[in-house]
Write a protein that binds this ligand. Sequence first.
Ligand code: M6R
Length: 606
Amino acid sequence: MCGIIGITSNKPVSSSILNSLKKLEYRGYDSAGIATINDGLINEVKCQGRVDVLEKNISQINLLGNVGIGHVRWATHGIPSTINAHPHSTERISVVHNGIIENSVDLKKLLINKGHKFKSQTDTEVIVHLLVEYLKNNKLNESIIKTLNDLDGSFALGIIFKDMPELIIGARRGSPLAVGYGPNENYLGSDSYALKSMTNKITYLNDGEFCIIKKKDIDFFDSKGKKVNKKILHLSSSDQNYEKGEYKHFMAKEIDEQPITIKNCINEYIDKINNEINLHNFPWKKDEIKSIKLIGCGTAFHSCLVGKYWFEQLTNLDVQVDIASEFRYRKNKFNEDCLYIFISQSGETADTYAALNLCNKNNMKTCSIVNVVESSIARDSKFVLPIHCGPEIGVASTKAFLGQMLVIYLLCVKISFFKGDINKHKYIEKIKNLKLLSDLVNKTISAENKIQLICNTFADAKGSMFLGRGYSYPIALEGALKLKELAYIHAEGYPAGEMKHGPLALIEDGMPVVVIAPKDEHYKKTISNMQEVIARGAKVLLITNKEDNQVVSENIWQKIEIENIENDLYPFLVTIPLQKLAYYTALKKGYDIDKPRNLAKSVTVE
Ligand code: M6R
């Protein structure tokens, strides 16, 4: 949520900042801006909308300067507009910010009373004026510390000063921030992705830290201003994964990548010769875990829900699932026998991170399942299980969802075996079936179905429903979420058995309803629920597997058949047509698939 970049160099920086902002756009695309220092002046260029608009504006002027900061915004305080775009500058100081300053209204009042004039409606602008105020009587470091101490809320900041034209200040509390090391230049970025095209040498700031970045050296300080030494990490992954290649959208590419990312993940965790799931260095003994709590947001929450069904099915553990933004503010009864599992693709989601920190503070066993292994959630968890999906750029989560489910399933099967809830024979059988998964996902993706035709009906619909039982219920929620976020169609996911308790009243003639009914133990019941909606005029799209001849059902509008697989693993296959349904419906409506309105990829504000 909001992307930050800063570069201090011995050559002009605006084109490198623009390039990085293009990469950061997945974090926010309401507005964009750059400020550089040149000839003793701060020069600021900002616009409402995307980075390509900013690029056009900059191409008409010659934005010089060897030190600069840039920003892409996901609006929190103040509408998306040029005036509210970052950087926010006075004549002497310019600031970019990711996060929310919760006491900005009070601070603004105080500053206005001291004669400061504000231009924007943002919470960020108070930071600029606080610094101006403190710099009147304090040196740089003291002014930074005093300013940061005045702020409530979360922030990652990049700051430049007209009177100190060689340096950039970076500071973080709550929101992630990294610095990068280059040849005769150094960088600041809200994530390593922004910096990867320039360097693979990265250091992450910890909460409360700030740094002074000059082109040849970087100094780090804790919240009290004491110098700290930081490790430099060397990132390995190549830049290629960040390109769309011949695909029109990242989402289409990421859907197609699922067989290979599943294969990679299975290769990482399964010892194929010994038929063994390896959770290298899993730190807890079998008797130390008596219950499981899975916590996440959005799509990650849906993978937690699928996990609950698996853990309940395969282990004797008590399993609970929670939405991170609820968990963090509830009066939780912490339980030292519980394994708290945090699921997050980005590893930066503010609510999930806060829930993790809460558990860490209470000395709980914390484990995270993430895609970005350098992320805050991964770094602060006691044990990390990466999903090995490679970068996911499309705002709608696709391959990461399958990756999260896969790692939860591997963990569940391993725990179930290691606690003696399943025997060796069953354990090996489950591993064998997992080895088939990548090929079956591939077949499901390549299967010829009428999805593009089916999308026409969804594109014209006012609303739709997604129904399922058992594992297919969280998948129904996920299918509905995808259609909402990409095609802007009201969609509700429901347990199929709940329809008659209220939502059936919504069904009207011609309403498209997706029924997810693989041939598992819920099949017949779901098919009965399907008949109830058909009888009330719904146009049903049934997603089932090839051998669905157990129950003959007439009046089904459309049917998509997936491959046959062990019951536990149907969630992986039934998800694919739902991803495609959302993709093609959004395509038909002409929407921006990789950057849906009002959203951003990495949700670093609560
Ligand atoms: O990075 P995370 O997995 O923590 O993100 C959680 C949600 O914000 C995310 O899954 C969101 O719901 C997706 N846009 C859904 O496609």
